[in-house]
Design a binder for this molecule. Sequence first.
Ligand SMILES: CC(C)=CCC/C(C)=C/CC/C(C)=C/COP(=O)(O)O
Length: 257
Amino acid sequence: MPSPRSSRERRAGSSGRPEFLSLVSQRSPGPPDSPSRRKESGSSAAAPLPEEDCMKLNPSFLGIALSSLLAIDLWASKRLGVCAGEGSAWGSARPLMKVIEVSGHGIPWLLGTIYGLYQSDSLAAREVLLNLLFALLLDLVLVAVVKGLVRRRRPTHNKMDMFVTISVDKYSFPSGHATRAALVCRFVLHHLVLAVPLRVLIVLWALIVGVSRVMLGRHNVTDVLCGLLLGYALYSVVEYCWLSPLRTPALFALWSH
Ligand SMILES: CC(C)=CCC/C(C)=C/CC/C(C)=C/COP(=O)(O)O
């Protein structure tokens, strides 16, 4: 009479091995004396997995984590896109959101900075404005390159009625408005002497620009969060490459009266 098998043996299957090890051996059938075979037949079930197996398991875990994040992102962005159209839940706030959109657009910032440069009457002001212009252009290039590489489509609920766009602006990652808002915010806080209420206002403006991108349906939440981080980090690059009359005298000569 066959002896009754313990529940542990039954779980382990007819081979007497735990199921997860069977799966591992199916993934990488090695030669009879390979490390994975030795581990299966040996008694040390707790021995660490060979590196090749870990390499195969990790991407699937990462893949699941990323797809889950993406799903949450799409779901949250759709729910938060309350100004995506006139008929949306907060459709009446759409005109205000579009004003905020223009406040973070590249053209007013570029034109304003160039105008300021022509009007500036001190070397210090010229230095700051020239670096702001450099930062804005660098930001445009960086966002265009990343958008072109990632090619993430804008949310389906977005109406493509944006104020002046360039070709890569059909893509949404990262949000160009968010990178600019974070970059300009950090720049202004470092280089302009402002009263505290104005400093608070500029931080609020940057956050509102970011939030308005999702509310307008232009972006997913992750586009904006990564945009803010990218813009924040880009300021450090601008600081590192800071253009000064000593380093780039020719540039400053362009604006000397
Ligand atoms: C000098 C030059 C090439 C200026 C182009 C200025 C321009 C049209 C910038 C585009 C700004 C824009 C619509 C960015 C998109 O922002 P998202 O937040 O929707 O990514």
